[in-house]
Design a protein around this ligand. Structure first.
Ligand SMILES: Cc1cc2nc3c(=O)[nH]c(=O)nc-3n(C[C@H](O)[C@H](O)[C@H](O)COP(=O)(O)OP(=O)(O)OC[C@H]3O[C@@H](n4cnc5c(N)ncnc54)[C@H](O)[C@@H]3O)c2cc1C
Length: 408
């Protein structure tokens, strides 16, 4: 068995997204605070060297959306394993990881599970030919596909039509940015100009009903302004190579279907006892600890965490990045017998990008409109380019990893 060095306690963190990254940094900060750095070894497992800014993957450009993990992990003495955790055996405190060099078996004294979420796998004919903005590589596939269409002057039937399936947050952000993305590729790679058609397909009878009336109307009006064709009360049933078939019999010729519907937590949650919610998440207590285990914390999209008004935190970086700060802090304190800090994040905001000139900021669980238009756009830009990134200065990031919610 690996990683049992010099009797140091082993903190193993699986996942290098918002929750996992901040867990690792916060663990280092807290181990310094309680003067236990010599007794602790922190290891982070992630398939690649990137902390990906997932909330930005729908954007026109993919530049700057990945932060290199080793720039933080190396100077802080955190072990990095590039690999995918395949199995967890809680009774043996063991994680099996597949890496480029083969399978590794790691032992832990304390585990932080932070493996996030992904699009739900669907048994839909042709789903494998669709695109999505779920991971960096998938967003890159979409970009390369559009470049290919652009180089061919979007000349085949359906090349100029983009169909977005699902009108949740990701669907709305994708559908209002895809034309600008196509135009950007056209300007770079085409020799003639094409006109684009953008279609949003939503199975509910109305779009954006999860917003209060004012926000919903703003979204509906914005979709109109942006010439997005909205089809409600219908869903995709078949994806052909150059068309999509809807449940109401409509057939839309298209070379590009962007799938955005249905998120689900990482399947690693199934290695633990306990009920999972409809999103596959495990319920944790007020300290992010997994009931029934004395050495497991779960944070981010894999955790069902109660926040203000007895609501569960949504799968969002808004919650994940702060849960990460609590996770690292509490894992270290629990390992060394110090008191845990209760996780509290009562506020809830949504920052929805609706493409050039349009955005919507809401507050509270009723999603009441606070900002629209350019004002909202400026807020969203600040969130996307500043708030969700760690400082480039490693020690500043360490200081920012203290578990507290800043007063924005
Ligand atoms: C297009 C899009 C737009 C979004 N917009 C917003 C928004 O506006 N606001 C907002 O708050 N949220 C938004 N989100 C949601 C937000 O990105 C997620 O909720 C957030 O990334 C969750 O953080 P996390 O750390 O739990 O998981 P992730 O960020 O998904 O990180 C999980 C990490 O774990 C790694 N991992 C997974 N499985 C394994 C394994 N078996 N072994 C090792 N590593 C593994 C993954 O590769 C990844 O690096 C958006 C998401 C998308 C896709």
């Amino acid at each position: 068995m690996e990683n049992k060095t010099e009797g140091r306690k082993q903190l193993l963190i699986i996942g290098g997204g918002y929750a996992g990254f901040w867990s690792a940094i916060s663990a280092i900060r807290q181990s310094r605070e309680i003067k236990k750095t010599d007794e602790l070894e922190v290891t982070l497992i992630n398939p690649d060297n990137y902390f990906t800014m997932r909330p930005r993957l729908y954007e026109v450009s993919l530049e700057g959306l990945q932060v290199e993990l080793d720039k933080y992990l190396k100077p802080l003495g955190i072990n990095q394993i590039l690999g995918k955790a395949e199995t967890i055996i809680p009774e043996k405190r063991e994680v099996t990881v597949s890496t480029a060099k083969g399978i590794r078996h790691l032992q832990y004294d304390y585990l932080v599970l932070a493996t996030g979420s992904s699009l739900r796998a669907l048994n839909l004919p042709g789903i494998e030919t669709t695109f999505n903005n779920d991971t960096f590589n998938n967003a890159l596939d979409l970009e390369n596909h559009i470049i290919k269409l652009a180089k061919n002057n979007f000349s085949n039937e359906g090349d100029t039509t983009f169909v977005v399936a699902g009108a949740g947050f990701t669907g709305l952000e994708s559908v209002t940015s895809i034309e600008d993305k196509a135009k950007a590729m056209q300007a770079k790679y085409s020799t003639k100009e094409s006109k684009f058609r953008v279609v949003l397909v939503e199975k509910h009878d109305v779009v954006a009903s999860f917003y209060a009336a004012q926000g919903q109307q703003y979204i509906i009006d914005t979709l109109k302004v942006k010439n997005v064709e909205v089809i409600t009360g219908s869903h995709v049933v078949y994806v052909e190579p150059s068309a999509v078939l809807l449940s109401d019999g409509t057939r839309i010729p298209t070379s590009t279907v962007i799938w955005t519907a249905g998120m689900v937590a990482s399947p690693l949650t199934y290695f633990f006892k306990g009920v999972k919610d409809s999103l596959n998440r495990v319920s944790v207590d007020g300290y992010l600890k997994l009931p029934g285990y004395d050495n497991v914390i779960v944070a981010g999209d894999v955790a069902n965490v109660k926040v203000g008004n007895d609501q569960s935190a949504t799968m969002s970086c808004q919650f994940s990045q702060f849960q990460g700060r609590w996770a690292g802090h509490n894992a270290v304190n629990d390992l060394f017998g110090f008191p845990l800090k209760e996780y509290k994040q009562p506020g809830y905001t949504t920052c929805l990008d609706l493409g050039t000139d349009y955005a919507l900021i809401t507050e509270g669980w009723d999603r009441v409109t606070r900002q629209t238009g350019q004002e909202a756009k400026a807020t969203k830009a600040w969130v996307s380019t500043d708030l969700i990134y760690p400082s480039v200065d490693v020690e500043e990031a360490v200081a920012a990893s203290f578990p507290a919610i800043p007063n924005f």
